[in-house]
Design a protein around this ligand. Structure first.
Ligand code: HEM
Length: 480
């Protein structure tokens, strides 16, 4: 009896010692030099809960400001089960973004995008898909392929919203995006497949950027299920179309190298995964930023008035010329709108925009960042009063006379930097401008209770509804 008791005492002691050792190692990670200051929080969850606390979307998170006060601009932590370096040092952010290539998604998130995803598989495959995407979403592609569809979808949805007395900005923008991309990717789809794709998409749980395991019934499980459903549907449609010789969308033609200048062939599985990645990123970004932009406009009557004025001029010009559709030149003439969008992207960048896995040990001053850690670079320069006077104020006029096409500079990085610089930046800006253009055809106001929060991604706990009335402030009777 005594022997059994001793045996168990030894086992429990060993387990406790091992556990303590593991916790000690967790809290005190080693490196070949001195790690940046910081704390690793609780085992496994680290400081995820504090990091993911919802905060005002137009201000840097308290987690970040507190940590900077305590540790300075570069510090270590643990998030989503991974070891993380957070930096607000612009020089370091740019260097890491340029010299490191692997996107900084913790394992718990990377699974959504698939292990063989061409965006992450190898440098060559990444270069290839970037090149394909630029053909589709670069200025030329937008001008030739996208502007008309976005214009017509935005007009249709806005008219419907006006008839119904209002619409939800984020939802509507998401619908426009999905309808546009689905058409460009798949070409004309059978109505039932198009409906199924939209339904699949709408059933896609929001807030995929989270830390948890897939357990039947939970959000991550539903998310992975929706992902598989959507991928199967896309695959079925492509195979059917190929078998019957039907046309695929322009984007698929580019992907499969069927257009002039097309080179390497891609397997259907890879193409579907690529398209899926693209849909997820597009849908998680632009609709939220657009809804936040509308909130900022709504709360700043001078900005709203100036926008109405700009769009009234465009409506009138087009009416006089008896033209209906927006042209690239019309879009480029929306100077104030672009100032508003740039300013909104500045002030909503309260999230890390440069995410990488550190590939080689990196030295910063006295500190060493070990290879394998995740790097999150915040563009906190957007809130530096030396670069932006009164940085918390939403002031589109600060962009007057500046290059409005900018998507990256040392003081502006809402779309990241380096080899992973956002591929949809120009598309997102165009989509937002056209949406605002059509909204300004009507008298509108956002519901006062609208709240914009961030929990890594933008959240609208009370929706993003605008009330729209048909009596326009502008005369757009002839063509519009
Ligand atoms: C306002 C809207 C958007 C914002 C703020 C935004 C922001 C970003 C950021 C910060 C990155 C990461 C860059 C880095 O790690 O250095 C990124 C990457 C990316 N974005 Fe966007 N994005 C937006 C819209 C879009 C849209 C509409 C699309 C597609 C239609 C898109 C496609 C992509 C892709 C494919 C990547 C990965 C690029 C790569 O890994 O090479 N984005 N975006």
């Amino acid at each position: 009896m005594v022997e059994v008791y001793e045996f168990w005492t030894i086992i429990v002691t060993l387990v406790v010692v091992k556990l303590c050792h593991w916790i000690y190692k967790w809290r005190n990670p080693t490196s070949n030099g001195k790690l940046p200051p910081g704390s690793m929080g609780f085992p496994i969850i680290g400081e995820t809960l504090e990091f993911m606390k919802p905060h005002d979307a137009f201000q840097l998170p308290t987690f970040l400001t507190k940590k900077i006060l305590r540790h300075g601009p570069v510090f270590r932590t643990s998030l989503f089960g991974a070891r993380v370096i957070i930096s607000t040092d612009i020089g370091l952010n740019m260097e890491i973004a340029k010299t490191n290539h692997v996107p900084g998604a913790p394992k718990s998130l990377a699974r959504f995008f698939g292990e063989n995803n061409l965006f992450v598989k190898s440098k060559e495959s990444h270069k290839h898909v970037r090149n394909l995407t630029s053909q589709f979403l670069g200025s030329q592609g937008l001008r030739l392929r996208m502007i008309q569809d976005i214009d017509s979808l935005a007009r249709t949805h806005m008219e419907l919203g006006a008839k119904n007395g209002g619409l939800d900005i984020k939802e509507t923008s998401s619908k426009i995006l999905i309808e546009c991309l689905a058409k460009k990717v798949m070409g004309d789809m059978e109505p039932h497949a198009a409906k199924e794709l939209t339904q699949c998409w709408r059933g896609f749980p929001r807030g995929w950027f989270r830390f948890s395991w897939s357990i039947p019934g939970n959000g991550v499980y539903r998310m992975l299920k929706a992902r598989n459903q959507m991928m199967n549907l896309l695959k079925e449609t492509v195979l059917k179309k190929r078998a019957s010789g039907e046309e695929l969308g322009e984007f698929f033609k580019i992907i499969f190298g069927e257009t002039e200048g097309g080179s390497k062939k891609m397997s259907i599985e890879n193409a579907i995964e690529y398209i899926f990645t693209f849909f997820v990123i597009a849908n998680e970004t632009t609709p939220g930023v657009l809804a936040a932009t509308v909130k900022l406009i709504n709360d700043n009557p001078r900005v709203k008035q100036e926008l109405q004025r700009e769009h009234k001029r465009i409506f009138q010009d087009k009416t006089e010329k008896d033209e209906a559709d927006l042209t690239w030149e019309d879009y480029k003439s929306m100077t104030f709108t672009q100032m508003v969008i740039n300013e909104s992207l500045r002030i909503t960048s309260t999230v890390p925009t440069m995410l990488r896995i550190v590939e080689h040990e990196t030295h910063v001053g006295d500190y060493t960042i070990p290879a394998g850690w995740i790097f999150m670079g915040f563009p906190s320069v957007h809130f530096n009063p030396e670069k932006y006077e009164d940085p918390l104020a939403f002031n589109p006029w600060r962009w007057e006379g500046k290059d409005l096409g900018v998507i990256l500079s040392r003081t502006y990085m809402p779309f990241g930097a380096g080899s992973r610089l956002c591929l949809g930046a120009e598309f997102a800006k165009m989509q937002m401008a056209i949406f605002i253009h059509h909204l300004c055809r009507y008298t509108w106001s956002m519901k006062t209770e609208t709240k914009v929060l961030r929990r890594f991604i933008l959240m609208f706990p009370r929706g993003s509804d605008v009330q729209i009335s048909e009596d326009t402030e502008v005369d757009n009777s002839a063509v519009y």
